[in-house]
Design a protein around this ligand. Structure first.
Ligand code: GLC
Ligand code: CA
Length: 540
């Protein structure tokens, strides 16, 4: 049963500010740019915007390296602009969700500047330091963006720990004073009117590097409960934890309906399937379709009534889904809609990443056109290891985070209407064909499909509360499931491939009424055309 949390039938739209809309011609998206597009978001029908970080930052990892948690980076605007965004969005019933990067700060944060002065400095213990062994790092742990996880600071003859880039030193959550500073900062943002928080790599805060533990450290849930008690529980906020390492069991802790930790998890089990097992994301493997169904089915059934999941295909770290598991050639529109219908019929809170609602695609750039620190590092690392140029580029074209970071395609004018200056990263050349202006005017567009799916979620409670049953589990082309509550049954049936296929579904009887599909007319009920997707309802 629904316990009437506002975020249970909400749809959240993620904005990557530097790539969304530029208001002052410097080629970088900003807060005023976002404000100028709020009418577009209201028209789409979303309830909240998750903003990737806009706090002060040297931008080594595009804002995920924060040097002042209580100020806005001048590149994006000012605190007044942020207040303005919260206010203007509020007028349209859109809440603003901020991105909290609490696992690490920038090395340019005052805390770190102090911490590295001496071992006695009061801020030293805000970070994770070790002495090292005979001139070597304490152990062989590696950072996510390449190289050792330990960096030597000669002044104090110690190494600091960083799970990401060298300029992203890990914060030491063992220190109660640090935790208190974090709570104060969060409460300060809440008082400014923020509607919720997304917690960056939150499952990594309770690290224990001496035991090589990064994810799911022993004190993780203790820290989260304290954090929640001291901050989120004091207001009607939505909170979502980025948890790469979550299992369904862990997810029930994070998103326990008793509200002791977070509202929901944002986990990646369905996303990581197209990489070679035990290898890096760059080691590509074909998508195991049956496994994809198994993963979705398991999360849907196990969390039902016991936790809450995010529903997403995309974010600022992932390639575009239509280029990944859809078809960005002949069936771009059909497959983008199919993936949307498939996802938005499930239980959880749907996330739409900017441009997904247009069916934006990956961009196959030349190496010098990439900007992302992770992409640049893997190129260098794999070159050094002797990989062929062509093979490295194939992986980068498929998986680079910059696929998601090309500028939002607003119209068919210069730079896709994103900026009147020079964009910080090249615009995907297909913007003349794929852009918001065109799609808003076209009822058959991907945009309208998303808009309709959002509307349906508000209209049919079964989308929020209904339980989940997978159908045709062993079928190698069709993804079909049914959601049921006391009043109705909702059926979703999708052809995941570019060939016609028979659909032997007995549930598809005469009482089922079509709610949405991606072809104009249903030709034959029991045959699915390439990427055909339909959602039906039956009132009991
Ligand atoms: C998260 C963010 C990613 C960032 C990393 C380090 O995974 O989504 O963009 O680089 O954390 O903060
Ligand atoms: Ca700008």
């Amino acid at each position: 049963m629904s316990d009437k949390k506002w975020w249970k039938n909400a749809v959240i739209y993620q904005i990557y500010p530097r790539s969304f809309a530029d208001s002052n011609k410097d080629g970088i998206g900003d807060l005023q740019g976002i404000i100028s597009k709020l009418d577009y978001l209201e028209d789409l029908g979303i309830d909240a915007v998750w903003l990737s970080p806009v706090c002060k930052s040297p931008q080594d990892d595009n804002g995920y390296d924060i040097s002042d948690y209580q100020d806005i980076d001048p590149m994006f605007g000012t605190l007044e602009d942020m207040d303005g965004l919260i206010r203007e969005a509020g007028k349209r019933n859109i809440r603003i969700i901020m991105d909290l990067v609490l696992n690490h700060s920038s090395d340019e944060h005052d805390w770190f500047q102090e911490a590295k002065k001496s071992r006695q400095n009061p801020y030293h213990d805000y970070y994770v330091w070790r002495d090292g062994k005979e001139g070597n790092p304490p152990n062989d742990m590696r950072a996510a963006f390449g190289g050792s996880a330990w960096e030597w600071v000669p002044q104090i003859e110690q190494y600091y720990f960083h799970q990401f880039a060298v300029k992203q030193p890990d914060l030491n959550w063992e220190n109660p004073r640090l935790r208190q500073e974090i709570y104060d900062m969060i409460n300060w943002w809440t008082a400014r009117g923020v509607g919720g928080f997304r917690l960056d790599v939150i499952d990594q805060i309770a690290k224990e590097p001496d035991r090589k533990i990064t994810n799911n450290g022993p004190r993780l849930h203790e820290f989260l409960r304290e954090l929640s008690r001291e901050t989120f529980q004091k207001a009607d906020l939505v909170t979502v934890g980025e948890t790469w390492g979550a299992t369904t069991e862990l997810a029930k802790l994070y998103s326990n309906p008793d509200n002791s930790e977070l509202s929901m998890v944002f986990q990646f089990e369905h996303i990581c399937l197209d990489q070679m097992e035990g290898k890096e994301k760059w080691d590509l493997a074909p998508l195991p379709f049956l496994k994809l169904k198994e993963v979705f089915g398991r999360w849907q059934t196990e969390l039902c009534g016991k936790g809450w999941n995010s529903l997403f295909w995309n974010n600022h770290d992932l390639p575009r889904i239509v280029s990944r598991w859809g078809n960005d050639g002949a069936y771009r529109v059909e497959s983008a809609k199919m993936l949307a219908i498939l996802l938005h019929g499930m239980q959880g809170t749907p996330y739409i990443y900017q441009g997904e609602e247009l069916g934006m695609t990956n961009a196959a750039y030349k190496m010098e056109e990439y900007r992302d620190i992770e992409t640049l590092n893997v190129y260098k690392e794999r070159k050094e290891k002797g990989y062929e140029e062509e093979e490295i580029l194939r992986s980068i074209h498929a998986k680079s985070r910059d696929n998601a970071r090309t500028p939002m395609q607003w119209n068919d004018r210069e730079n896709a209407g994103f900026t009147d200056g020079t964009p910080w990263i090249k615009v995907n050349p297909n913007y003349k064909e794929i852009n918001a202006e065109k799609q808003v005017q076209d009822r058959d567009s991907v945009f309208w499909c998303y808009k309709e799916l959002i509307r349906l979620r508000k209209q049919y409670p079964v989308l929020v509360d209904g339980d989940f049953r997978m159908l045709l589990e062993e079928d190698e082309r069709i993804f079909a499931y049914i959601r049921e509550d006391e009043k109705s049954a909702l059926l979703v049936v999708c052809n995941f491939y570019d060939r016609k296929t028979d659909c032997p579904l007995k549930e598809l009887d005469g009482d089922m009424r079509l709610l949405i599909s991606n072809y104009k007319e249903t030709e034959q009920k029991l045959v699915l055309r390439p990427y055909e997707a339909r959602m039906y309802i039956k009132e009991k």
